[in-house]
Ligand binder design. Structure first.
Ligand code: IMP
Length: 431
């Protein structure tokens, strides 16, 4: 049966949680393949709001197996807190699995995230979520990481700590004037986590392979968005993982041939948390209106998000680097009531039009959006069950958005609830 990847096509917060939740209800295995507790996926079911960070949103669909893949950086304290909260609200964790190859976020990662951010010049600050994500990925690449397999083996954990902690403590003491971490205290704390996490630990790649071989529907749940991708995003104002669809292959342990469809999630406007260039930003009353109506406050940090018009240049870029087959357009309802709406079709840079998204942030910060203005629409959209029921101007906006990004529409979301959705194409089909 088909395997589908869901990715964000902007700067994260596009509404992947809702799309994943909808698709997870038809999937048998849902896999998170990148990021960590920096992600914030909001799902509303029957008026109940769930905010998930580490555990795949699929956990809210009973009977679904949910794997935290090897590409994820896992903070065990966060995981256990999230697990407890879900259980206290009646959500079963029976389906939860954790790859033994996932990296573990250690206390120095969270601390270094904060210290390194403070060390940067104000204009260079990334505005990280402070969850230790970057430093944990740095250690993975530097081969100084501790994996879940090490965490749940008491001797391996002690051995890895001895290999890593002395150097970390020297760095903390000499560069940051911090006392460092006590080996025994860290060992005791993490052995405690290990006891509680062990029942969930599996060979993640083998689990995914088995599911695919048995013909089960597998959903790969992306975190963040293409513009936060380490390679394809607005570097250095990015996260430290491969958020694009290719990341599902490395972050879950499957070959590219196993992926049937890539669903790109795009909000009907644009939002961004943290610093960095944002050509279509609306630092005005329209921006405030969209922020309030769209509840644009960070799920993870509570920070107000920067908001702006839909930017087809960035979504075109995302469609290309992800190989997006279908677009899920979210929060169309938020734009209702505006007399006119705008779509950014291209950038103007020093008198010429740029067809593609520039890599050079100096160029990007000088880019002016070229807008196409369309008439707005009024009214409550949430009851609409088909494109035909939408106001004509909303339909026109959607069609133009799809044309400009080069991706066909697969789904349109008109509110936060599951039923406030227009499904246009069956998603689980073979390539
Ligand atoms: P980090 O992932 O905590 O290192 O943060 C790096 C950048 O990615 C910052 O600008 C964060 O605000 C942003 N970021 C990380 N995760 C998310 C997310 O889930 N949604 C939106 N922005 C995010």
């Amino acid at each position: 049966m088909p395997a589908v990847v869901v990715v964000g096509t902007q700067w994260g917060d596009e509404g992947k949680g809702k799309v994943t939740d909808l698709l997870a209800s038809e999937a048998e295995l849902v896999v998170r393949y990148a990021g960590g507790s920096n992600a914030g996926h909001t799902v509303i079911i029957d008026g109940q709001l769930f905010k998930l960070h580490l555990i795949p949103s699929g956990i809210l669909s009973p009977g679904t197996t949910c794997l935290i893949g090897n590409g994820v950086v896992l903070d065990p304290a966060w995981l256990l807190r999230e697990a407890e909260e879900l259980q206290s609200r009646g959500v079963s964790l029976e389906g939860l699995r954790i790859s033994e190859r996932a990296q573990v976020v250690m206390p120095w990662h969270t601390l270094l995230d904060e210290l390194e951010e403070r060390e940067r010049r104000p204009e260079d600050r990334i505005g990280t979520t402070g969850r230790g994500i970057g430093p944990c990925y740095v250690d993975k690449v530097a081969r100084l990481g501790i994996r879940v397999a090490d965490l749940v083996d008491p001797e391996a954990l002690a051995d890895r700590l001895d290999a890593v902690l002395p150097a970390k403590n020297r760095l903390l003491q000499k560069v940051y004037d911090h006392p460092g971490f006590d080996r025994e205290a860290v060992l005791a704390e993490y052995r405690g986590y290990a006891e509680r996490i062990r029942p969930y630990v599996v060979d993640g790649a083998a689990l995914v392979r088995r599911a695919l071989d048995e013909g089960r529907r597998v959903l790969f749940e992306g975190a963040q968005g293409a513009l936060l991708d380490l390679d394809h995003g607005t570097y250095p104002f990015v996260t430290s993982s491969s958020t694009v669809a290719g990341g599902a292959c490395t972050g879950a342990g499957v070959g590219p041939g196993s992926i049937d469809r890539v669903v790109g999630v795009a909000k009907a406007y644009t939002s961004r948390v943290g610093r960095g260039p944002f050509p279509t930003e609306l630092p005005d009353e329209t921006g405030d209106l969209i922020r309030e109506k769209g509840h644009e406050y960070g799920t993870t940090t509570g920070r107000p998000r920067r908001v702006g018009w839909f930017d087809a240049v960035i979504v075109r870029h995302a469609v290309r680097v992800n190989g997006v087959d279908l677009l899920a357009v979210m929060s169309l309802d938020v734009l209702a009531g505006l007399s006119t709406v705008r779509l950014c079709t291209a950038y103007r840079y020093r008198g010429r039009q740029l067809p593609d998204f520039p890599a050079d942030l100096r160029v990007l910060s000088e880019c002016e959006p070229v807008y196409e203005e369309l008439p707005g629409w009024e009214g409550e959209l949430s009851g609409c069950q088909s494109l035909g029921e939408l106001p004509e101007n909303a339909r026109r906006y959607l069609n133009r958005l799809s044309e400009l990004t080069g991706a066909p529409l697969g789904l349109v979301s008109l509110g936060r609830e599951r039923h406030e959705t227009i499904a246009l194409t069956p998603i689980y089909t073979r390539r």
